[in-house]
Design a protein around this ligand. Structure first.
Ligand code: ZN
Length: 161
């Protein structure tokens, strides 16, 4: 596995709508996904989207308590009416943090690295990270969704998405 370079705002790739991955291409992209996991961990993040490593495709990785999750073409299928506010930072926007309202629970469909479809129910921080990463593949950054941007060093690695 090799470490990739994380691009930072205002790199134009971060603002593109990323391309769908053909199901037949998924298996060949497992190496990229594993490199993204290594890069995310090295940067002490808990989520990373392919556009953040300058690959404009619909692929995200998320750290969970059961290990790293790889999802191709993730799509939110259900979301709770209720939202909650929480602090977020982004590996592509170093030094800035903000409070962002996210759905408390969501169901996400996509494909695993073996090209099998999955449906995942997530809530709390896991749901927040998935929403942040799915925003990335749509060219949306957390600074578009926060009313208050704060500066400073992060105190909690769980805020690096
Ligand atoms: Zn981010």
């Amino acid at each position: 596995m090799s470490k990739l370079t994380i691009i930072t705002n205002p790199h134009p790739t971060l603002r593109k709508k990323a391309a769908e991955v053909s199901v037949s291409d998924i298996v060949s992209l497992k190496g990229l996904a594993n490199d993204m996991i290594a890069t995310m961990r090295e940067a002490q993040g808990i989520g990373l989207a392919a556009p953040q490593v300058n690959q404009s495709i619909r692929l995200i990785v998320v750290n969970t308590k059961d290990g790293a999750l790889i999802l191709f073409n993730p799509k939110i299928k259900n979301k709770s009416f209720r939202k909650e506010e929480g602090e977020e930072g982004c590996l592509s926007i170093p030094g800035l943090y903000g409070l962002v309202k996210r759905h408390i629970s969501i169901t996400v469909e996509g494909y695993r690295e073996d090209a099998h479809p999955v449906s995942i129910k997530a809530r709390g921080l896991f749901a927040r990270v998935l929403q942040h990463e799915i925003d990335h593949i749509n060219g949306i950054l957390f600074i578009d969704r926060t009313k208050k941007i704060m500066t400073g060093n992060n105190t909690d690695a769980s805020e690096n998405l």
